[in-house]
Design a binder for this molecule. Structure first.
Ligand SMILES: Cc1ncc(COP(=O)(O)O)c(C=O)c1O
Length: 353
């Protein structure tokens, strides 16, 4: 705390990212990164871009990338907004749509950055409890509000909602923006991108950090009808006109061009997830249904914090949240088959199984 700070900075409660320790040989299953490298075409494109043009500013409108996303999902380029990771896209969306007189509705257990943006932008929040099965019950989102944000599939639970439920949510709140954060949708969820033409209140946010193995490049996007995208552009151009650098733009386009690589790696992650689920269940873990690249698990007989600490001693990082309702859970990102096998071995030894 310093007397130089603006009063509002004193009140901020910043997001705490998962650990990124620089320890060799560590198995990192704590931040939902993809265990596979990006497509070789991405690396080739970035390498070429690095040789040519870095003295120049990048395209402030990210047209090539937005066009690649639009073509892939049957949208117009004007219906796509690009940002420096979906975190930045979310931040702009919160500023653009949720600073209203009424509180924003969100699940009580969800991506913890949402509450941080609310603190930053002075947005009041009403948290709607997940149901007993840790799912989102959209019928609980009917109150007058300033907007709705959910992650689908949800994080950190991993549970997804079918598209019909998203559509119901959009119909329950026709006069407010419903933001659907689809960071993990490519691992088995149902995307709402196809609903955009019919729902003027729908904003879908996706990232290249997870299913395209590009967490280090920082690229995300929002898709929605033109009037929503225009609001995001107004915020962006009041903050940073060049959020995506030349390397990020080139790499992101190349990632979209290599759909075969995307299909192969996401199928591998899904297959590993299902195997890991069976193996953890065989060790007595309760595992929530997952449509993501992670599993949310708890063991009825073992304390989650103790398990996380024990795994760390064995050089395996998983995520433990000291939060109500999930403090006995561990969130485990899906690694390579070898990393998952090491995790299962470590759990076996910790449980004495
Ligand atoms: C639900 C959800 N949304 C958004 C993000 C942010 O992703 P990025 O900023 O890397 O695009 C994450 C990251 O873990 C996430 O879990």
């Amino acid at each position: 705390m310093s007397s130089f700070w603006s009063p509002s900075v004193r009140e901020l409660v910043p997001y705490t990212p998962g650990e990124q320790p620089a320890i060799a040989g560590l198995i990192k299953l704590n931040t939902n990164e993809n265990p596979y490298l990006p497509s070789p075409r991405v690396i080739a494109a970035i390498t070429a871009a690095a040789q040519d043009g870095l003295q120049l500013y990048p395209d402030p409108q990210a047209k090539a990338f937005r066009q690649a996303v639009a073509s892939c999902h049957g949208l117009d380029m004007g219906q796509v907004f690009a940002g420096n990771g979906s975190d930045e896209v979310l931040a702009h969306a919160f500023f653009a749509f949720f600073r209203q007189d009424l509180p924003l509705l969100m699940p009580d257990i969800s991506y913890s950055f949402y509450k941080v943006y609310c603190g930053l932008y002075d947005i009041a929040v009403t948290q709607v409890p997940l149901d007993a099965a840790m799912g989102i019950d959209v019928t609980q989102y009917q109150a007058a509000c300033g907007g709705v944000v959910i992650a689908n599939p949800n994080a950190p639970t991993g549970c997804g909602l079918p598209l019909a439920q998203i559509e119901l949510l959009l119909q329950l709140q026709p006069n407010r923006v419903v933001l659907v954060d689809e960071a993990y949708v490519d691992f088995g969820g149902e995307s709402a991108l196809g609903l955009i033409q019919r729902y003027p209140n729908l904003l879908v946010v996706q990232t290249l950090s997870k299913s395209r193995s590009l967490a280090g490049l920082r690229v995300g996007f929002a898709a929605g009808q033109r009037h929503l995208i225009e609001a995001l552009e107004r915020v962006k151009d009041s903050f940073n006109s060049y959020p995506l650098d030349r390397l990020a733009l080139t790499g992101a386009v190349a990632a979209y061009e290599d759909s075969a690589y995307f299909e192969t790696t996401r199928a591998a992650v899904i297959a590993s997830r299902e195997l890991l689920r069976q193996q953890l269940q065989a060790l007595g873990f309760e595992v929530l249904p997952s449509q993501t690249n992670f599993l949310m698990v708890r063991h009825p007989d073992h304390d989650a914090a103790t398990l996380a600490a024990g795994l760390r001693v064995q050089r395996i990082l998983v995520r433990h949240f000291r939060l109500p309702r999930i403090e006995q859970h561990l969130r485990i990102s899906i690694g390579t088959p070898a990393q998952c096998a090491a995790l299962v071995d470590a759990c076996r030894s910790l449980l004495g199984a």
